[in-house]
Write a protein that binds this ligand. Structure first.
Ligand SMILES: [Zn+2]
Length: 221
């Protein structure tokens, strides 16, 4: 009897520990889960991460869910450095999937960032998060009047997400301060941006940082 009690406690404790990593994470409710192609699992064990990211792994997953986590991991590896706009792009793509409840292969994206960094860094996040990649021909990047915004099309819905002014101003200020501090796009600059990016990754709540407009396709603005 006693042994059974311990077993029950052990299983209960194990479930508590594992629940943030279960597939049905509360932050993922309105999203189709990303099924992986060659991986069995996306890494969630802090020991698999670089020292500066390690302490944030659990916090980020807890706060933003597994789907955003997967998108940000893919973005960071693909983008080749930890950047603020690339992470914003990943968060934006996830937010779009969430609002439209769109499956991966049917979402089309029109990015308005233009093709020059740092704004265009966002496009790597958008592609990783939505699966609408250049290779699949499902994303288009407009070059006129670049802004931190994109349009997402699914079925008869057209969703526009644009970063809120105050968030954008904060990012711009951080980047210009870093440029002044380090005198250009050098190693020290990118090390500092990396630090900032990890913070933004944890702090920015995708549900609060965008102006969100949904229209039915074909209707005028
Ligand atoms: Zn970048």
């Amino acid at each position: 009897m006693r042994r059974k009690g311990y077993l029950f406690l052990f299983v209960f404790a194990l479930l508590c520990v594992l629940s943030p990593f279960a597939h049905a994470h509360t932050a993922d409710i309105h999203m189709n889960r990303r099924a992986s192609v060659v991986l069995n699992e996306f890494p969630v064990d802090p020991s698999m991460f670089k020292e500066d990211v390690r302490p944030y792994v659990k916090k980020i997953i807890e706060r933003h869910g597994l789907e955003e986590w997967k998108a940000c991991l893919l973005t960071n590896e693909f983008h080749r450095h930890l950047g603020i706009y690339s992470i914003v792009g990943a968060k934006m793509g996830i937010r779009a999937r969430e609002i439209l409840e769109a499956p991966f292969d049917e979402l089309k994206v029109i990015s308005i960032t233009g093709k020059s960094p740092p704004l265009s860094c966002m496009n790597d996040g958008l592609q990783a998060a939505t699966g609408a990649s250049l290779g699949r021909g499902a994303i288009e990047v407009l070059e006129q009047n670049p802004k931190v915004a994109a349009v997402f099309i699914y079925g008869n819905k057209k969703l526009t997400l644009e970063i809120k002014k105050d968030v954008l101003n904060r990012i711009k200020k951080d980047i210009s301060t870093a440029l002044k501090m380090y005198g250009g796009l050098n190693r020290e600059y990118f090390a500092h941006i990396r630090e900032l990016s990890i913070n933004y990754w944890l702090e920015l709540d995708r549900k609060k940082i965008f102006d969100e407009t949904v229209r039915l396709k074909g209707k005028q603005k």
